[in-house]
Design a protein around this ligand. Structure first.
Ligand code: ZN
Length: 147
């Protein structure tokens, strides 16, 4: 999902203000900034405009529909902030620093938006959702490419 839509969706989180107070803004901010993960992809593929990003996503969708190896487009990419492992780590560390819990809420909200968007388009989710699974698949690809 484009960051613009994440920013729009984050406005829904304002409904949490009576419950969370100013922490609501931390949840909103982290729900948007989770996409910092994509900076590596944007710089690597030189996707410096919304148009180029949309073309990249469209190509990914076409490749996936044709059962081609669409994941090659994301080869070598690690989406740390989008991973279950990162969110779990934040939640655990929030025992020592409470704001991390609200940052993890924002990440979860962001990830749910991305999951819905991916499922609506029929795109795979597990590779980016689980850091360990993504690394395992990437390692397998490296092994296959070196044989
Ligand atoms: Zn995202």
């Amino acid at each position: 999902m484009l960051i613009f839509y994440h920013a729009l969706a984050s406005l829904l989180l304002l409904g949490l203000y009576p419950l969370l107070g100013n922490y609501t803004f931390l949840v909103m901010l982290s729900s948007i900034l989770t996409d910092l993960d994509h900076l590596q992809l944007i710089t690597q593929k030189r996707l410096y405009s919304t148009k180029r990003i949309k073309v990249f996503i469209k190509n990914y969708f076409k490749a996936y529909q044709k059962n081609e190896d669409a994941v090659q487009l994301f080869k070598g990419q690690i989406f740390l902030f989008h991973s279950i492992e990162f969110v779990a780590l934040l939640a655990i560390l929030s025992i020592f620093y409470k704001p991390l819990l609200f940052i993890s809420f924002g990440c979860i909200f962001h990830i749910l938006g991305d999951i819905i968007h991916h499922r609506m388009n029929g795109w795979p989710v597990l590779r980016w959702l689980s850091l360990s699974y993504g690394i395992m698949i990437y390692a397998e690809e490296l092994r296959i490419n070196h044989i």
